[in-house]
Design a protein around this ligand. Structure first.
Ligand SMILES: [Zn+2]
Length: 102
């Protein structure tokens, strides 16, 4: 997580720990990783803590799986439109823009 976590904020600490566990187990145990992500989202909702941008970018909005280059995702570049296409195993695509749209 990029932002600094306050020492007394237990909810943010749990979110950070669960994200790291989910990321580390994404390749070997995808079901366990998905359960970590579900728990992390529930904590974020209950204690009203916003998820970090890095975490949001790396989680599929549809199925909740973690999107990393070494998991079952396809990454392509659409050069003419200026974005990176990240496709999850469930078929959902995310477009990450790297050019400013005018
Ligand atoms: Zn998905």
């Amino acid at each position: 997580m990029a932002r600094k976590i306050p020492r007394d904020d237990v909810a943010l600490q749990r979110i950070d720990i669960l994200y790291r566990l989910a990321r580390d187990s994404a390749v070997r145990e995808p079901d366990l990783s998905a359960s970590y992500i579900r728990l992390m989202k529930r904590i974020s909702t209950k204690y009203r803590r916003r998820l970090d941008g890095e975490i949001k970018r790396n989680i599929c909005a549809s199925c909740g799986r973690i999107l990393l280059p070494n998991t079952a995702t396809a990454v392509r570049i659409s050069g003419s439109n200026g974005y990176i296409i990240v496709r999850c195993g469930c078929g959902k695509e995310r477009h990450i823009f790297y050019k400013r749209r005018s």
